[in-house]
Design a protein around this ligand. Structure first.
Ligand code: AMX
Length: 395
């Protein structure tokens, strides 16, 4: 804390005062991360490349960038695809366990259970090997969660020769899916792979791994963090919000009517879901990419048109409220309306899609922290200090 520090001439990054306690470690530098970064103005980047430049690449190229810290050429990409393919299908025991899960359990609970089960059936006990295996097999797990829990039918066998997303869409076999679902999910997955070192789920995953828990247990911890409505589950809540607005207005393109609704909602203490951010101070570039994609694949969809009207009306209204640090759309502002327009209409599953993607970045960061950081020694066990404020210690 201030006054206690002896910096020995070393660079001071942050001074901790009593006011900083109990603020969720907001902004505290606690480590280094060479994989991705979130800049308040430039937004998200992977390996120094802005997310907008990566959004339309092959998802496997971007996974390679996160794991191996370079975009692969065609030859390296082919080798990498072979490595993923070589992991084989998910152990049938995991799928059998899913069959016994209660349908009323939220899909994120299914994902947690599935990851724990994978840790018992698939575990190699090696962060690098398990990272590759979990990335290769998670699409099968998540597709099975959709199919079994939704009652769409038995899991569909993988076609690993397909791309990572193409295989996922094949295994999903979603009734009523539009032909644009693959295109959307390729972009969606890339946009959600990683988000700097300190977002809640990534931080939790790395903290669990710092006690040398294996990859599967660490990812299960991370996904429990992602499941909360202030974190990953915000995408589910955002589509519910857009649907709520749609039910209250006559014309989604009538900016005046949408603005009136928004002002009224804020005046009565309501939240504009899909707006604001803890770090960003501009429109999230991931939202910008999705608005542009929506104009190509969901141009005439009523909820998408409403999300576009909200993009203007929401910013105008939030800008009038100085307490709001960032009045601009975030990644969740439009992702749900696009998934809905492409046929994935049950928003309860959106956080699982986020989780499928985010496990890639978290697993990459765990591998780096456990096997490369500190000259290969790995980060020590996480152990922050809590300042005791209870009764004086006796004696
Ligand atoms: N609608 C209404 N009020 C908002 C708001 C919004 N979209 N964004 C911020 N505010 C309010 C906050 O509630 C807070 O009010 P208070 O002082 O009365 O408690 C005040 O403005 C200051 O908040 P802030 O410093 O701007 O934001 P934050 O860093 O505390 O929180 C976030 C960031 C995203 C939780 C917040 O902007 C929010 O609740 N947004 C709506 C929910 C949402 O879209 N979540 C998805 C985030 C993306 C993600 O992580 N997946």
């Amino acid at each position: 804390m201030a006054g206690d520090a002896n910096t020995d001439g070393k660079e001071v990054l942050f001074t901790i005062t009593r006011d900083h306690l109990d603020t969720g470690l907001r902004g505290f530098p606690v480590g280094t991360c060479p994989i991705s970064d979130v800049d308040p103005i430039k937004g998200l980047s992977y390996g120094g490349i802005p997310i907008a430049e990566l959004a339309h690449l092959d998802p496997e190229e971007v996974i390679h960038l996160l794991l191996r810290k370079e975009l692969p050429d065609a030859a390296k990409l082919a080798v990498f695809h072979g490595e993923l393919l070589g992991q084989g299908p998910l152990n049938p025991g995991v799928l059998k366990l899913l069959e016994s899960f209660p349908r009323k359990g939220h899909p994120m609970k299914w994902l947690l259970g599935g990851l724990v089960a994978m840790g018992m059936f698939e575990n190699a006990g090696d962060y690098r090997k398990d990272c590759l295996r979990v990335i290769a097999q998670l699409p099968e797990l998540v597709a099975a969660i959709f199919r079994i829990r939704s009652g769409w039918g038995a899991p569909i066998a993988p076609k690993p020769e397909l791309g990572w997303v193409e295989n996922f869409v094949h295994m999903l076999g979603a009734p009523g899916a539009s032909p644009d679902l693959t295109r959307l999910l390729r972009v969606f997955m890339i946009l959600h792979f990683d988000h700097g070192g300190g977002n809640l789920s990534t931080f939790v995953g790395k903290a669990v791994a710092s006690g040398h828990e294996d990859m599967y247990g660490s990812l299960a911890g991370a996904m429990a963090g992602l499941a909360g409505p202030l974190h990953g589950m915000a995408n589910q809540e955002c589509l519910r919000f857009v649907k709520e607005v749609a039910a209250e207005i006559k014309d989604p393109t009538d900016l005046e009517e949408v603005s009136k609704y928004v002002e009224n909602r804020l005046a009565t203490g309501g939240v504009l879901f899909g707006f604001g951010h803890a770090v960003l101070r501009v429109e999230d570039p991931r939202a910008t990419v999705q608005y542009a994609l929506g104009e190509e694949i969901a141009q005439n969809d009523g909820l998408f048109r409403l999300a576009v009207s909200l993009r203007t009306a929401g910013v105008e209204a939030l800008k009038k409220r100085p307490k709001v640090s960032n009045p601009y759309p975030n990644v969740d502002a439009v992702s749900g309306t696009l998934l809905n327009a492409c046929g994935l209409t049950d928003e309860t599953y959106y956080t699982v899609l986020f989780g499928l993607s985010r496990c890639v970045g978290i697993a990459s960061q765990i591998v780096w922290e456990r096997t490369e950081a500190r000259g290969g020694k790995g980060m020590p066990i996480v152990r922050p200090k809590y300042v005791y404020t209870g009764p004086a210690v006796k004696g």
